[in-house]
Design a protein around this ligand. Structure first.
Ligand SMILES: [Cu+2]
Length: 224
């Protein structure tokens, strides 16, 4: 009996030891000011030195005449390719100070990737399709990710310790990054909410009265 209990104690100690040297997981839930999950929010973290899985290559695809993903977060000095998965041509450009460039009308993947070597927000457009808007968030911070359709961001392999967060979203007020506060990640991991104020959805605003009155008048006039 005593042998069993000492084995259990040993396993317990080992588990604690393993947790302290290995990796914690942070599960972040990003919500707007009304508590609704916020998709396409960027969460970046600074914390204790440790290995964050930074890959200095990324893709910003174009599918069904939209940028895919709509928001891409990359570390400074990442090379980004712009494959075009549509069977029509696109002409991708940016006038943003963090990266000005233009890819002449093309199909497939341009042979050279673009280097994003300055932190900042890069707004992408297409000269042919005005509605196409995409964002590349370039950061110096070691941890960064974009929230999924449920507003969730998950970081694995983090060292336990003290972290500070920054949040960003295309609809953040004045498109500026916002301080996301400081917190501790214990060895067992952490699940935490992050709130980010965003501009109201312009598409959901009621139609402007004069134009809708004009529309009604037009519809009446058009009826036989
Ligand atoms: Cu296009």
């Amino acid at each position: 009996m005593s042998r069993i209990s000492s084995s259990i104690t040993l396993i317990g100690c080992w588990t604690l030891y393993a947790a302290s040297i290995s990796a914690a997981t942070l599960t972040a839930h990003v919500v707007d000011q009304q508590g609704k999950p916020l998709t396409n929010a960027v969460l970046t973290l600074q914390g204790p030195p440790g290995k964050s899985p930074i890959v200095l290559k990324a893709d910003m695809d174009q599918r069904d005449q939209e940028f895919a993903p709509r928001v891409l977060a990359v570390h400074t000095n990442t090379e980004v390719k712009f494959p075009n998965s549509d069977d029509i041509r696109h002409q991708v450009y940016s006038f943003s100070p963090a990266k000005r460039f233009e890819l002449r009308l093309y199909k497939g993947t341009p042979s050279e990737p673009e280097l994003f070597d300055k932190p900042g927000v890069v707004v992408l457009g297409c000269n042919i399709h005005d509605w196409m808007v995409g964002y590349i968030y370039v950061t110096d911070e070691p941890w960064f990710a974009v929230s999924d359709a449920n507003g969730v961001v998950k970081f694995d392999g983090m060292a336990a310790g003290h972290y500070s967060a920054t949040l960003w979203h295309p609809k953040a007020i004045d498109m500026q990054p916002v301080n996301g506060g400081e917190f501790d990640v214990p060895a067992i991991g952490l699940s935490k909410d992050f709130k980010l104020e965003v501009e109201p959805d312009t598409e959901q605003k009621p139609a402007v009265a004069p134009s809708s009155a004009f529309g009604d008048a037009f519809n009446k006039a058009a009826r036989p």
